[in-house]
Ligand binder design. Structure first.
Ligand SMILES: [Zn+2]
Length: 60
């Protein structure tokens, strides 16, 4: 299983070997290539939607 902390949430690329940023909206890592892109915005929405859908954790 991939380590989510080392995977760009937009393109699912392994970013353990490069400098990544954390997207503050979804609190997930994003690679330099996806940061600030339209794709990032779209994925943000998808992640937030799925979080709202399966809201079982309640730890936020
Ligand atoms: Zn990426």
């Amino acid at each position: 299983m991939e380590n989510i902390k080392n995977t760009c949430f937009v393109c699912k690329k392994d970013i353990s070997s490069e400098t990544s940023s954390v997207n503050p909206v979804v609190n997930m890592p994003v690679c330099s290539g996806c940061k600030g892109s339209e794709q990032e915005k779209a994925e943000e929405k998808i992640v937030l939607d799925s979080l709202a859908d399966g809201f079982v954790c309640g730890c936020i």
